[in-house]
Design a protein around this ligand. Sequence first.
Ligand code: KG4
Ligand code: ZN
Length: 352
Amino acid sequence: MLLLALETTCDETAAAVIDEELRVLGAVVASQEPLHQQFGGVVPELASRAHMQRILPVIDQTLRKAQVRPDQLDAVAVAVTPGLAGSLLVGLAAAKALAVALDVPLVGINHLHAHVYACRLAAGREVFPCVGYIVSGGHTCLYHCRSATQFELLGATIDDAAGEAFDKVASMLGLPFPGGPAIQRAAEEGDPRAYRFPRPMLGQGLDFSFSGLKTAVRYAIGSPGQGIDQIAEAARRLTPQQVADLAASFQQAVVDVLVQKAVAAVEQTGLKRLCVGGGVAANRPFRQQLEQAMAQRNVELIVAPLALCTDNAVMGAIAWEYLRAGKTTPLDVDVSPGLLRRKESGSTNLPP
Ligand code: KG4
Ligand code: ZN
């Protein structure tokens, strides 16, 4: 039995063929990073146009790699939520067309659940129940995952995602996009205690907020009354050591919040396993400090390897869990760009 999974939620056009034993027969990720680099962030209209140009070649290439003909496919999966509306639509339209043409079931999947499932793939064994933690450029959320198909949202960011904060602060400091790796590199030479940045919403449940922290960095560079051009000018006058200190202090503030919220989630749920996905999981201090915090509490930590951490279609293998449970998605399904809260997801035909 063969599944074709598609992923177009943000700025990666990806496809993968995965069999029922979760073996990956072929996978392709076409990144749009160079396209958005000059803007310091993803431009939604450019992203959807690039998906349109790439989706069919990416599917062709994936099938060729897998040495599979379209008529050998048994199901088509596609991420339908959350993401950029235009980007999601390109993947969904392609998936619907294939499902109709091949007369196979369609499975609409939740991209964030798929990120957690990347840990199941990496572990090569059952990981549920667990706390699922997605820390990416677009999302920061914690789930209580009872099984692969039963996710309950515990908390999420109320403004910027952690990765987005890294990207915006990097841009303020004149560091390249994507900002996470650039901040991490700059921080290696810096003192994380040089600036006292806030740890937003610590001890206040499992939601996150990073926009105030970003503003605190801005005010450390310039002063509150200054506009964007004046801040940029002030940033150009920073010494390399000041940039390193700002990067290190900002990074430590984010890491403190991310680690302590994870601790709060495992304590609240009583679960003994934490599965982490998303690009920010590549951050070395975050990984190290999370490992330490979980080891102290006898919580098993599974972090998806980098190739499965960032957006890809292989994690769409979660669709097998739905197929096994006899759950497929009607062809009139629409995309849901926003993060689904529990009540909403129960009232749609989307994965809960
Ligand atoms: O999962 P991903 O591809 O995000 C979305 O597509 O939503 O991850 C990209 C994000 C970017 O915001 C990037 O700055 C961040 O992950 N990132 C990092 C690191 N590597 C990537 N953030 C902190 N430290 C890193 N080493
Ligand atoms: Zn993602």
